[in-house]
Design a protein around this ligand. Structure first.
Ligand code: PLP
Length: 399
């Protein structure tokens, strides 16, 4: 068997995008897709947003990269804006979500080390979690499909069922450093934490001197209609990983931390060659300008409500295919299929026959992650096409 030049770790489909415009993608043969996958919650401003394009072009022409050995007026400015907009006091910039998670894990361990408790190194994480693909991130999930063949994994993780507070609390022992959890699980099936669960983890962390680490790589940055997912719960974390939407398509992530939780992260403890370079900061600020613009998050909330209402109306019309009910928050929604239908096959059907891009997730769910800039017309087009697709979809199980 010959090995393709591009390492074949993805089962890539036949769509080969070459151009994007707003909420649409265009393939190599000129075919057009309504993009409700948005690069998996990355293209928050859609494709080719003029402010983002201009910011990147201008910054590339001015100064693209310098080492983190030098002062960073660009990084200081963007970090200060994130601090103002969140629970955090300090920010470490990365190039991806998994690196933001890695920084979160290191920060949590180092906190207890700095407090004279190096034995407190274990993070309690949750079934169905997705935290990325580094050794640290795959060790933080108990999903076999991501871990098999990569052992030995990083020690220092214990796993409980998601949304099961009692099970999580039962795992606390002398080695526990804290909890790490997605506020809304994305990859795992678009499942939001329940308020009692997240509030219970916060309370337990406070009582036991533990850290609450939220992974908002997918659900943060306006996706749910609030700047951060945790704002729906009336709590704040100690540490939070962010990425995906933050760069609007430019590779950028961030680890946000309180001053207390960051106290172990002193000179020399962490680093990144590219992390937070001027080009990334320019992209990040351009996206943040839009997200913090007047009424933007209200728009996300409104569009989320309309999309939800339209889907809830459509779902019962195709009860051979869809389970009742809708998952998720804001513009991070999930439609669960009946066991006899396969979410991946339905995603492929929508893509190949109805010009519609969505993403499958765990638990047989179709993820709906449009650009945050969608308008009513996109919602109508989406639901119409999905409904058309559902009507003619034959749940064959040969996928
Ligand atoms: C996508 C994702 C990651 C990993 O991000 P990468 O940029 O692919 O490294 C981590 N956590 C969550 C919740 C994600 O959705």
């Amino acid at each position: 068997m010959s090995m393709p030049a591009l390492m074949p770790v993805y089962p890539r489909c036949d769509v080969r995008p070459v151009r994007g415009e707003g909420c649409y993608l265009y393939g190599e043969r000129g075919e057009k897709y309504l993009d409700f996958a948005a690069g998996i919650a990355v293209n928050a401003l859609g494709h080719g947003h003029p402010a983002l394009v201009k910011a990147i072009a201008d910054q590339a022409a001015t100064l693209m990269h310098v080492s983190n050995l030098y002062g960073s007026p660009q990084g200081e400015r963007f970090a200060a804006r994130l601090v103002d907009a969140s629970f955090a006091d300090t920010v470490f910039f990365t190039n991806s979500g998994t690196e933001a998670v890695e920084c979160a894990i290191k920060t949590a361990r180092r906190y207890h080390f700095a407090n004279g408790n190096p034995q407190r190194h274990t993070l309690i994480t949750f079934n169905n979690a997705f935290h990325g693909r580094t050794m640290g991130a795959i060790s933080a999930t108990n999903q076999a499909k991501m871990r098999d063949g990569f052992e030995p994994l990083l020690p220092g993780f214990a796993y409980a069922p998601f949304n099961d507070l009692d099970a999580a609390l039962a795992l606390i022992d002398d080695h526990t450093a804290g909890f790490m959890v997605e506020t809304v699980q994305g990859e795992g099936g678009v499942t939001a934490a329940t308020p009692a669960f997240l509030q219970g983890l916060r309370k337990a962390a406070d009582e036991h001197g533990l850290l609450l680490v939220l992974d908002e790589v997918q659900c943060g940055y306006g996706r749910t209609g609030k700047m951060w997912g945790y704002e729906h719960y009336g709590i704040t974390p100690d540490i939070m990983s962010v990425a995906k939407g933050i760069g609007g398509g430019f590779p950028l992530g961030a680890c946000l931390v309180t001053a207390e939780a960051a106290k172990g992260m002193v000179f020399g403890t962490h680093g990144s060659t590219y992390g937070g370079n001027p080009l990334a900061m320019a992209a990040g600020e351009a996206v943040l300008d839009v997200i913090q613009g007047d009424g933007f998050l209200d728009h996300v909330t409104t569009m989320g409500e309309r999309l939800r209402a339209a889907l809830e109306q459509m779902i019962p019309n195709h009860d051979h295919l869809f389970e009742p009910g809708l998952r998720g928050k804001g513009l991070m929604l999930g439609v669960k299929l009946k066991p006899e239908a396969d979410a991946r096959a339905f995603v492929a059907h929508l893509r190949d026959n109805h010009g519609l891009l969505t993403v499958s997730a765990g638990e047989n769910v179709v993820r709906v992650l449009p650009p945050l800039v969608i308008e009513d017309a996109h919602v109508e087009e989406f639901v119409q096409r999905m409904s058309d697709g559902a009507r003619v979809f034959v749940p064959a199980s040969d996928d």
